[in-house]
Design a binder for this molecule. Sequence first.
Ligand code: SF4
Ligand code: SF4
Length: 485
Amino acid sequence: MNSPKPVDGGDELNLYESRKTVHNQRIDGPFRRFKWFVMLVTLGIYYVTPWLRWDRGPYAPDQAVLIDLANRRFYMFGIEIWPHEFYFVAGLLIMAGIGLFLVTSAVGRAWCGYACPQTVWTDLFQHVDRFVDGDRNARIRLDKAPWGPAKVARRGFKWSIYLVISLITGGAWILYFADAPTLFRDFFTLQADPVAYATVGILTATTFVFGGFMREQVCVYMCPWPRIQTAMLDEKSLIVTYKDWRGEKRGSVKKAAKNPDEFGDCIDCNQCVAVCPTGIDIREGQQIGCITCALCIDACDRVMKEVGRPRGLIDYATLEACDAEAEGAPPQPAWKALLRPRTIAYTLIWASIGGAMLFALGVRSHTDLSVSPDRNPPFMLLSDGSVRNAYTLKLRNMESRPRDMEIALSGLPGAMMWTDTIGPDNAARTQIVAVPADATKTVRAYVKASSGTAAQDFSFILTSQDEQRESDEAPTRFTAGEEGQ
Ligand code: SF4
Ligand code: SF4
């Protein structure tokens, strides 16, 4: 575990270790190319998604993914989640959590190494560094150089690129919360809501600081996830590891040529450290700073190829497989570590929740009714001796077109009802109410039962008056006599 080491400074014990700027070197290889791929996909999804359109008809927004806070809706392509269906969002969050457990138990901190936003943006900013200032050595030289016009201009240019990326990043976020083309225009004509400017300001600042300057410090000191993941790893989890039994004792090719029995395969070229985006030396063992990006594998494999030794001195492997290999067993293919009871159990749980959510989405009704009876007073005695209860009904039409809905009484024999718009003269056991598209209509309903009717349970049933005939039932209670005293 790599943590700041106490430095004994005489009388004082200094617990603070200053940061050493990481100038990671360019590298190419299968893992670097995979990292490029993940970066392009994740950034592409983030920046492009708000601009995708999805036709939902004239009564609903046409933005494919939209978190409509004002109307309390979440749209995702053909799916529309209402506030009372928050369990779908909770299900998605649970799936995301179990998905992370699954990935961690199977391939260690792959989330950190490839897909975490902090990693992706840090990687992007490190490419900007390389583009503006050159590769590792040039950047180290520039860092050490005194400030002068050339350095100021270079830094100014680089930080401007950081700022533009940060601004686009913060700007893209707010587009998920309103119609993107409209908000984009309003934003630049200074007509957007102040909250939009504040949100963009905060996200621009955090992206600029976290991705541009703090970088690996966010992973090492701020993020709780590495600590949680460390507890989830075991000796059967795939991790990036240096095979010290094969690499030690380190020595240059020349030294090894002179004393082949004394030296291992590591030629101490430091390439694995030079390419590491968090600046750690994997040869020192497992460390919280290792995000499992595997760039050191690419670097070391290239070195091994150049010196004619087998690849995999640094490799994805389980600690168990490493021990076996050190004892003389052949290297275990990495995929074998994926199939074990723990990963299979996580996969089954994850897939079951996903399947249950898909099923619930498939069979869910687009008609919903909720009822709340008046409590004060719970009932009224009318002049003819009959008893009247009042209820507030919420009729939800979750289709993107207006629909007529029938409200019917189920149970409570002989009772009649009317609403705030349909007077008592038209009291009946069923009433028809028009509900606008994609909306909740609140209706005051009055139910009258004849004198002597006892308190009892009954239901309101809501049925859409279209070919679908969707319905929902809301049980409630009719209060009368002593029950309401
Ligand atoms: S890249 Fe490989 S050979 Fe070079 S120092 Fe690292 S482990 Fe040793
Ligand atoms: S040690 Fe290797 S796997 Fe870990 S962060 Fe550095 S380059 Fe990535």
